[in-house]
Ligand binder design. Sequence first.
Ligand SMILES: Cc1ncc(C[n+]2csc(CCOP(=O)(O)OP(=O)(O)O)c2C)c(N)n1
Length: 367
Amino acid sequence: MISAQDFCDLLAGHGFTLASGVPCSHFGGPIAHLSTQPGRYVPAPNEGSALAVAAGAALGGQRAYVMLQNSGLGNLINPLTSLVMTYKLPILTFTSLRGWPDPATDEPQHAVMGPATPGLLDSVDAPYHTLYAQNGVEEFSVVLEKAEKDLAEQRAPFVLVERGAIGKATAANDPHTDGLPAAEAIRLVTAAAPQAAVVATTGFTGRDTFAVADAPGTFYMQGSMGHASSIGLGVALTHPERTVVVLDGDGALLMHLGALSMIGSEAPANLIHVVLDNRVHESTGGQATTSATTSFPDVAMATGYASAVVCDHEDAVQAAMARAQAASGPHLICIKTLPRTGTIPPRATNALSTLDIRDRFQSNLQQ
Ligand SMILES: Cc1ncc(C[n+]2csc(CCOP(=O)(O)OP(=O)(O)O)c2C)c(N)n1
C-alpha cells in the first residue's frame, strides 16, 4: 500500500499540481489530503466534468489528474473519446476497480463493470497500467514512468487501482450541526406518505431506508448514481394515481442536475423529490460536495417545480410532506441532514436480490 501523502507527493513531483474527480472510497485518502490545501482538488459533479476540468487545465498549461470509481466510466467515456483523445490532451486518470477481480465479492451493481473495465479501455485504445494492493511507492514510481511514456506519445493513460492500494486519510470537512439524522428524516418522510412508491438513491440512503422503512413499494437503486429522480419521473408518469417519493442525496442530485429541468418540464403532479443534503458524499467517506454553495430549492423553482422548501427539523418535514400531498407537484423538499454516527445498516441486497427488488416493486405498482 502507498500512503495518501506519498501518492499525492509523487504526482506533484511529476508536475501534476491539480486534481479533480468524483469520490470512490479507494481514493478517500488522496482526496482528503489534497482538500487540506486550497486549489489542489476540484470536486466535480460527475466523472465527465472531472475529466473536462483536467482537460481545461491541460489547455491552460497545467498538468492534471482525475480520480473516479469505474462505475463512473460511463459518464467519462464521451469527453475521453471526443475531447481528450481527439485533441490529444495529456490527462492521467486513476480508476478504482470495484467488482474486480471477483465480482461475487462486491455489490451487485459492480458485477458488469468490474470485469468489463479493462476491455472497455481496450475498446477505445486507452493505455492502462495497474496499481495493486501490495504495491508500494517504488512500484507506483514505475507505473508513473510507464504513464509518462504514454503521455509523451500524446496518449491519455489510465491507472487501474485495486482496493487497498492507497492508504486512507481523515476527511477535513467542517462538521455541521444543523439538521436531522438521515435515518430520522427518511422515517418521517415515508411515514407521512405510507402509500407512496419510493425510489431510494444509491449508498447509505438506501441502507437507511431498508433499515427504517422497508416496503414492497420501495425501489432500492444501488448504482446508477444521480438517476433516482429520473426513475421517479418515469414511475410517476406511468402511475399518475400514485404518489411517488424520490429519496435523493446532494451528491447524487448534483451529478445529473439537468434532471431537475426535465422534471420541471414534464411537471408530474404526483412527484415529491426529497433531497437529503448532508453536504458530503458520505457513502464514500465524507468527501465534500458543492451543495454548500448551491440552493436546491432555488434551482428547482427556476426549472419549473411547483414548490420547493428547505427543512431542518421534524415539524417542518411533516408540514412539507402534508403540503406536498395536498397540492399538485412536482415538489422539492430539501432536508438538511447530519453526518451519520454509529454503524451503517446493511444493504437491501444483503437480504433481497436485485430481481426481488424489481419484482416486488413492479407488482406493488400494479395493485
Ligand atoms: C457514477 C458513479 N460515481 C461514483 C460512485 C460512487 N459513489 C457511491 S455513493 C456516492 C456518494 C453519494 O453521495 P450523496 O448522494 O451525497 O449521498 P450520501 O453518500 O451523502 O448519503 C458515490 C460517490 C457511483 N456509485 N457511481
